[in-house]
Design a protein around this ligand. Sequence first.
Ligand code: SF4
Length: 248
Amino acid sequence: MRLKQNPKLIGSNLHDCRTQVGACPLHCNQCYYNREGAFYCDINKTHIPSPRTVGHGIARMNAGHDSNYRRGEVIRQAKKYKHAFYNTSIPQFDFPGPVVFTANPKEEDVPTIIMAKELPSDEELKKIMFIRLRVSASNLDLVGDQISCWVRLDIPVVLTFMAYYEDNALQKVLEKVPEAQVYYEWKVRHVNSYYCPTKNFKKMVMKRMNRIGGRLVSMCGTFESNQCVDCKNCETFYWQTMKHLNGE
Ligand code: SF4
């Protein structure tokens, strides 16, 4: 039986693969994976497409969960595919292929990897496809600091704009930045409704962050679309990283 495809990935060259079941222990703020009934497939079952289904496409390990959680099985399954990359917010990068690192899973706090100056080794840096940073209206200074750090190491940064399904979560942002009310609008994103960032907010942030990190900074999606087929960052950076790993 063909597995249900993530609506965000439709038309792209990416295929979700998740070997873990049940709730993710990391509980990132507003992640739709742990929110009951919100994820696009049953989280109590694995989601492992056949190598034939993925074919020459790219397996995206862990759209839900984290590739460093029960990593042995994640790596074992990933090796079945011609192309695969990993996703983690835990600073351990010794995967046998490219990895996306979410450097600020607690987006309102200063990331520990920077505080401790525990930056990855050169070998590890080669494997990082890009740094993913979670962006809110109240963490822009922290995001700017992170960008400065990573672009100095020549690592691309992709910004993911936070969307909020809980009033309380948005309220915490607005307590710090009351004028940010106009930066969010309630609407459907993929399958669920959220307070989503407006196009104006995203444009304003990208302008500010591109001034810091230049063309190494881009965003997840485009100003018009959240679909991977319209963005292609993951595919593009996957192939670039493979070239570096192959010494090209
Ligand atoms: S960065 Fe682009 S390709 Fe990657 S998950 Fe986001 S929208 Fe999809």
